[in-house]
Design a protein around this ligand. Structure first.
Ligand SMILES: [Fe+2]
Ligand SMILES: [Fe+2]
Length: 278
């Protein structure tokens, strides 16, 4: 049985809940977090997840907010672990999908014919402020971090920045519930992912310059643990500023005609046999 969601923030009108253990931990699917934001009688799910998470999230959220009243499904980008469950959410609620305009016409491929009609808000590259109850959610540009059309979500009430695949760490659902307040020992859990899934250091720097203007209590990624408190968040931004990733690390060695053979039985790639020298 999944645990109760982690309460990231709550006051009498506003709550942010994090579900971290809805997907069975059998090692096949990466651990993922889903979020419910409630402001007065308005509710939104951020990064609802794939089909693996749907049933548990739907049931889990029902205890905190009536699903039929859900206003938005807000997607940072269009990856399978973000919105593969779209068809089921659109069938079970009246919510509108909020997603980058560049994915607006791709998202209907997740659903049955006609399901998305008049139910998508395509967000322009510049982002915007989305009304949510008595407040609003800031849809912050985060393109190429890692997806080409990518947004992060800043909640001015809780001062939480929801960062999708930025700040991700590879861990279990239980460990994801323990916020990180000291960054250094956490870096090894983030490094490999960011080097491969983030696009370039230039983008990271452009983003940190924008993000430093916000008053942030917690950076909350879609996989792994939140990063909490100013010292850890400052260190996180500094780490990003100096991180080489994506195309910074790719050169001609990454673009060679392959010589290894894929063995369908072992599902591994066998390196090419070395030429035997006489
Ligand atoms: Fe992703
Ligand atoms: Fe992800």
């Amino acid at each position: 049985m999944p645990q109760e969601p982690l309460e990231l923030y709550r006051d009498k009108n506003h709550a942010c809940l994090m579900f971290s253990d809805l997907v069975e931990e059998d090692g096949q699917a990466v651990q993922a977090n889903q979020f419910l934001i409630v402001d007065d009688d308005t509710g939104a799910i951020i990064d609802p997840g794939g089909n693996l998470a749907f049933n548990e999230l739907f049931m889990g959220m029902s205890k905190h907010f009536p699903p039929h009243k859900l206003s938005y499904l807000i997607a940072s980008h269009a990856d399978p672990d973000i919105i593969a469950s779209l068809d089921r959410w659109l069938s079970s609620t009246k919510a509108t999908l909020v997603i980058s305009r560049i994915w607006e016409r791709f998202a209907p491929h997740f659903t049955k014919l006609g399901k998305t009609e008049n139910r998508i808000i395509g967000v322009p590259d510049s982002g915007g402020r989305l009304p949510l109850g008595r407040h609003e959610l800031v849809l912050l540009p985060a393109h190429f971090m890692h997806s080409e059309g990518n947004f992060h979500f800043y909640d001015p009430v809780s001062r939480i920045l929801f960062t999708g695949d930025l700040g991700v760490s590879m861990t279990s659902g239980a460990d994801a519930r323990v916020p990180v307040t000291h960054l250094a020992p956490h870096i090894p859990r983030m490094e490999g992912f960011h080097r491969r899934y983030m696009v370039s250091n230039k983008i990271l720097r452009l983003w940190t310059r924008m993000a430093r203007q916000l008053d942030i209590a917690m950076v909350v990624p879609q996989h792994g643990a939140p990063i909490m408190g100013k010292p850890a968040i400052d260190d996180f931004f500094q780490w990003l500023d100096s991180l080489m990733c994506g195309i910074d690390l790719f050169d001609d060695r990454a673009y060679q005609i392959p010589t290894g053979h894929i063995d369908p039985v072992t599902r591994q790639v066998r390196p090419a046999l070395q030429a035997v020298r006489a």
